[in-house]
Every structure is written in structure tokens, then in C-alpha cells.
Write a protein that binds this ligand. Structure first.
Ligand code: L34
Length: 299
């Protein structure tokens, strides 16, 4: 048996088409254009390429988009001042500070400075708190993208054993909450989170009906760690070299060639979760713009 390859690029395209239509409607009806500010500090090559991709997609969708490229040695105070400028800018509905930040900057302080209503990453404590309570405003983009992928392939997670490897604030933690919450169509799963201190990782991963891996270790998950027929979602985007043409060679946290023979469905890297992350950022920014419209009408 060979797995269905879950095409994150194609699913993304479909959702982007829907977003594009809504942007046009919003423009025509209310004269509002969703505005996104992306903030990049330093020149980490992966971050540079992700932020570039986000800007390009935003522009293709007809958003108003602004990009701040800030030097590696910017102070925390200067960075926060820039965030506050966008907090107060009416044309901006979403602010994204690409992570990771340089070591001299306190990531938490920076995220706390973003107005929760413009926190389209869903990283602000207010938004994470709402997520935990089951009434999210912005769902973090990677977990959101994974939920949409599962929904699109008709994967019913209710009552299933979901194992998440990785406990980051960006992926593992919020995703666990989303998958076990009392909600349809995606929810009601039995969720296990594994991490670096987990004893006998393979014991857990082999029990998973749905296995989600976000640890940043190239090809770490092998076929003998996966249950026959499992759905495997690979969140890792690891740069393992440079091709002769100068492009980064990417691979996931899952040994794709091995595991695809055993799984019923699997996401590839590239072309799996990555494009979905970008798409859901656009969806959140559109949602934010729509909310600003309704607040204006009913202040
Ligand atoms: N604030 N920081 C903030 N928000 C985020 O949502 C992110 N993340 C993660 C890193 N830091 C962040 C991203 O944007 C990871 N991430 C991300 C976004 C896009 C892609 C991968 C990770 C992506 O498009 N991946 C492509 C390959 C891109 C390439 O060629 O380099 C893929 O097909 O997987």
C-alpha cells in the first residue's frame, strides 16, 4: 500500500482563491483592504524566505502589505516602538513578527506588545488563553493549517489516538488543545504529547492513528515507529544542504520515503504544512479586517 500524498500546495491554492474573492467583496462593500505588517529582524535565511513568501502571497491576494526589515542589532525598545506604531495604524489589521528573534531580545516581551486584535499569529497570551478556553480569536497558523488539511482529506479525528511529537508554543501546545476540544468537525480526539524527555517514544508513536511531528530533526521518524495505515503530518522544514543551483535542500522530521509505504496519508516536505501556514496567516488577517469592519458599524 502506498499513502495518499496530502497536497498542501493545492489545498492552499483553493483557500487562497476563496480569500481573494472575499477581499474583493470587502473592498467593494466597505472600501476596506486587509492590511498586514510583517516584521523581520536580522537575516536568518529561512526567516527571510518565509517572510518574502508571506509578502508575496499577501500582495497576490490584494492585501495592503508592509514589510519591515530590521537590523540584527536593533534594540528591544526600538522593535517594540515599531510594533506600537502598527498597533495604532488603522490600515493594518495584522502584525507578524517572524520568529526566532536574536538572543538579546526577549521574545515574550515583543509578543506581548502586539495588540491582541492584530495578533494574526495567535501567539499573544490573550489569544492563547482564549484558545485554551475554547473561544479562539486567532488560531496559530501552523496548527490551523493542520486542522484544515485534516478536514479537507476527510480525516475524522473524533475518538482517535492523536500523538503529537513536540511541545512548542507555536505548534505542539496549541495543536493539542485544538484537537481535543469539544468541537466539530475537527476535535474530540484523544491527544498525547511527546517531547525530549518522553520514555520510549516509539511506544507512543506506534499507537497513533494520527501522528504529527514538529521537532526539527531531519528524517527522525522511521517506518518502524509508525502504525500501519496512520495519517502522518510532518511539520518539520529542515535545511540539509544546498543544491547545485543554489537552492536549499529541504526535508521533514519524517523519513518520507520509508513512512509513505506504511501510512494511509502523509504530508510531503516541501509542499505540505509550510504553504498552509502562510495561507492561514492570510485567512486570519482577512478575519481581522472583517472584525474591524463590524466594530466600526457597531462601536
Ligand atoms: N511569527 N514566526 C512567526 N509566525 C510563524 O507562523 C512562523 N513560522 C515558523 C517559523 N517562525 C514563525 C513560519 O512561518 C515556520 N514557518 C514557516 C512558513 C512557511 C514555510 C515553512 C515554515 C514554507 O513555506 N515552507 C515551504 C518551503 C519553503 C522554502 O523553500 O524554504 C514548504 O513547502 O514547506
Amino acid at each position: 500500500m502506498s499513502a495518499i500524498i496530502i497536497d498542501g500546495k493545492k489545498i492552499s491554492e483553493e483557500i487562497r482563491e476563496e480569500i481573494k474573492k472575499e477581499v474583493e467583496e470587502l473592498k467593494a462593500k466597505y472600501g476596506i483592504i486587509p492590511g498586514l505588517a510583517t516584521i523581520l529582524v536580522g537575516e536568518n535565511p529561512a526567516s527571510v524566505s518565509y517572510v518574502k513568501a508571506k509578502q508575496k502571497v499577501a500582495q497576490n491576494l490584494g492585501f495592503y502589505s508592509v514589510q519591515e526589515n530590521l537590523p540584527e542589532n536593533i534594540s528591544q525598545e526600538e522593535l517594540i516602538a515599531i510594533i506600537k506604531k502598527y498597533n495604532n495604524e488603522e490600515k493594518i489589521h495584522g502584525i507578524l513578527v517572524q520568529l526566532p528573534l536574536p538572543k538579546h531580545i526577549d521574545e515574550e516581551e515583543v509578543i506581548n506588545a502586539i495588540l491582541p486584535d492584530k495578533d494574526v499569529d495567535g501567539f499573544h497570551p490573550v489569544n492563547l488563553g482564549r484558545l485554551l478556553r475554547g473561544n479562539p480569536s486567532f488560531i496559530p497558523c501552523t496548527p490551523y493549517g493542520i486542522m484544515v488539511m485534516l478536514e479537507k482529506i476527510g480525516c475524522d479525528v473524533e475518538g482517535k489516538e492523536v500523538v503529537i511529537v513536540g511541545r512548542s508554543n507555536i505548534v505542539g501546545k496549541p495543536l493539542a488543545v485544538l484537537l481535543f476540544q469539544k468541537r466539530k468537525p475537527i476535535g474530540n480526539a484523544t491527544v498525547t504529547i511527546c517531547h525530549t524527555k518522553t520514555k520510549d517514544l516509539a511506544f507512543h508513536t506506534k499507537r497513533a492513528d494520527i501522528l504529527i511531528v514538529a521537532i526539527g530533526k531531519p528524517k527522525f521518524i522511521k517506518a518502524d515507529m509508525v502504525k500501519e495505515g496512520a495519517v502522518v503530518i510532518d511539520v518539520g522544514v529542515n535545511r540539509i544542504g544546498i543544491s547545485p543551483s543554489g537552492k536549499a535542500i529541504l526535508c521533514g522530521d519524517v523519513d518520507f520515503d520509508e513512512v509513505k509505504k506504511k501510512a494511509s496519508a502523509i504530508t510531503p516536505v516541501p509542499g505540505g504544512v509550510g504553504p498552509m501556514t502562510i495561507t492561514m496567516l492570510m485567512k486570519n488577517t482577512l478575519q481581522s479586517a472583517k472584525r474591524f469592519v463590524s466594530q466600526k458599524k457597531n462601536p
